[in-house]
Design a protein. Sequence first.
Length: 146
Amino acid sequence: MIDIETLKEYIKVLEDSSLAVIELSDDNDAIRLEKAYATSNVQVVGTSDGVTACAAVPAAEPAPVKAAVGRTINAPIVGVFYAAPSPDSAPYVSVGQRVKKGDTVCIIEAMKCMNEIQAEEDGVIAEILAKNGALVEYDQPLFSLE
C-alpha cells in the first residue's frame, strides 16, 4: 500500500515540475497523478482501504477554440502559444501578411522548450485564431489562410 506521506511527496513533485503525469504502483494499488491545464490544487480521493486515486482540479476552464474555415495552420504539439519571439518584439505574422512554406509564424512552448512553428504552405493570414499566451491543443487551428 502506498502511504499518504509518500503520495503527498509525489503530489508536491508534480506541482513543482513540468511533468504532466506521474503513475505509481505497488502490489496492491495503482495511482495516477495528472495535472490539468491550470492546476490550482490536487484532490485526493480515498476509500476505507486507503488512497486509490488522485486528480488535478482545474482552476479555470480553457478558453473556447475558435472555429476555422478553409485552410489553416494547426498546432503540431500541445503547449503555450506565443505570437512573437519575446514580449517586446513584433509578432511573427499579422492579418493580411503573405507567408511562404517554411516561414516561422509563432512559437509554442512545451515543457520549457520554445518550438518555432512554420507555415506548411503558402498563403495570406486571414485570421489569428489563438490568443497570445493561451494553451493550445494538438492540431488546434492557430491561423486561417486565404
